[in-house]
Design a protein around this ligand. Structure first.
Ligand code: GDP
Ligand code: MG
Length: 436
């Protein structure tokens, strides 16, 4: 997979303290190959890696981060930028606001229409679904079933009506019945087809939707880009919905589509169930494409949190396996300084597991901190002292249960073990400037 490939690509850089022109060129080439494998369009992949080379050469490598990791981070930033940087909302202008759904047959339009209805309904808006796929009676039934599932009314009309007519009538119906958002599900074809394009263009012209969304199957790779271009040339849509991202597709299409049609991706669809809908976050997609979220985050953490001195100290401790609760508390405090805990969970070795059972909000660290605060300095520095009696005392003192204390200790032990084995793995790979 991509992550392994990048690993290989970064081998060249391992153990080297500085990014040089030679090793960047090699690595950039590998990154480009990896991106292309993830369905990123060749031209786009090339321009990304050219940028990365440029940026990387100008950057100092942090002591705690390998050049390879830094390159991943730069790549991540570039991919995020390429996908628009920020998330983009759909426009709900108008009364009612009208959302038109377009795309090829089987791309997931009807499924997405149901999901979007549920999503908007959750914001306490009265939604109406409209079945305009008049060619397949089964499609109308499908929408009816989904509408029922999510508790949203579905507007249909008997035979022989044209989509333009149905949508106009549906909007009239919405006005009379206090519906605030109208979602129009349309018919697709298996491939790009003049008649389909004409029909959807006609509907768009007749109803002037506040938002036209183009739905595309992310598993179709390069075809997804061509389809997006054809639809955009014809109907000038406002946003893209990427579906079927629950499969093992890497999502490189997100980058290519954005680059080719210059329209934002607004939602991603990750399953057949009605709640499998997510707002599109460029940053998360970049992590997905790189398949290296952990590495990226680690680099980020290193850049934001640690100063050199501290990193040195921590590394010494890690190497001597002297990491204790005092250090742990210190880390938590630093992490909290960085803001949103939600995004940080899972980045630190062992931390993801530790947080698994806790509610992930900004209070998530509270019980852990309470427990550590209830330890004496001696106990923090030497966790092996923590006998049953002491654990009992700590549970009482911190207002937690003995299980919680035990869990924390167990997880802390796991984390130490993991760090120990990571040390072994790194072995002599620690750059000279990190040795004391
Ligand atoms: P339409 O022809 O564009 O309306 O596509 P449908 O909504 O009928 O979807 C086609 C097929 O893809 C159906 O079997 C859906 O259940 C399935 N599908 C749609 N979206 C997703 C998704 O995000 N993930 C997965 N795994 N399947 C999906
Ligand atoms: Mg359909």
């Amino acid at each position: 997979n991509l992550s392994q490939k990048l690993d290989k690509a970064f081998k060249t850089l391992k153990g080297q303290g500085r990014i040089t022109e030679i090793n960047v060129a090699t690595t950039a080439k590998e990154i480009r190959k990896a991106l292309i494998d993830a369905d990123v369009n060749y031209k786009v992949a090339k321009s990304v890696t050219d940028d990365i080379k440029e940026i990387a050469l100008g950057r100092e490598v942090l002591i705690s981060v390998s050049p390879g990791q830094l390159l991943v981070k730069i790549t991540h930033e570039e991919l995020t930028k390429l996908m628009g940087g920020e998330k983009q909302e759909i426009s709900l202008k108008g009364d009612p606001s009208v959302i038109l759904i377009a795309g090829l047959q089987g791309s997931g339009k009807t499924t997405f229409s149901g999901k979007l209805a549920a999503y908007i309904k959750k914001q306490n808006r009265n939604v109406l679904l409209v079945a305009c796929d008049v060619y397949r009676p089964a499609a109308i039934d499908q929408l009816k079933v989904l509408g029922e599932q999510v508790g949203v009314e579905v507007y249909t009309e008997p035979d022989n009506k044209k989509p333009v007519e149905i949508s106009k009538n549906a909007i009239e119906y919405a006005k009379k019945n206090n519906k605030k958002v109208v979602i129009i599900d349309t018919a697709g074809r298996l491939a790009i087809d003049e008649q389909m394009m004409n029909e959807i263009a006609e509907v768009k012209k007749a109803i002037q939707p506040s938002e036209t969304l183009f739905v595309v199957d992310s598993m179709t790779g390069q075809d997804a880009v061509n389809t997006a271009k054809a639809f955009n040339d014809r109907i000038n849509f406002d946003g893209v919905v990427l579906t079927k991202l629950d499969g093992d597709t890497r999502g490189g299409a997100a980058i290519s589509i954005r680059a080719v049609v210059e329209k934002p991706i607004k939602f991603i669809s990750t399953g057949e169930k009605m709640d499998a809908l997510d707002v599109f976050y460029p940053e998360r997609m970049a992590s997905r494409i790189l398949g290296m979220g952990d590495v990226v985050s680690l680099v980020e953490r290193a850049q934001q949190v640690f100063d050199e001195e501290e990193t040195k100290k921590l590394n010494q401790k890690l190497r001597k396996n002297q990491f204790n609760f005092e250090d742990f508390l210190n880390q938590i405090q630093q992490i909290k300084k960085m803001g949103s805990i939600k995004d940080l969970v899972g980045m630190i070795p062992g931390m993801g597991k530790m947080m698994k059972d806790l509610p992930i909000d900004d209070d998530a660290f509270k019980p852990i901190e309470a427990i550590i605060f209830s330890m004496t300095k001696e106990e923090r520095e030497n966790p092996d002292l923590l006998s049953g009696n002491r654990r009992n005392r700590i549970a009482k003192g911190s207002g937690t249960s003995i299980q919680q204390v035990n869990n924390l200790l167990k997880q802390f032990e796991d984390m130490r073990k993991m760090m120990k084995s990571m040390n072994k793995m790194q072995g002599k790979g620690i750059p000279p400037n990190m040795k004391n």
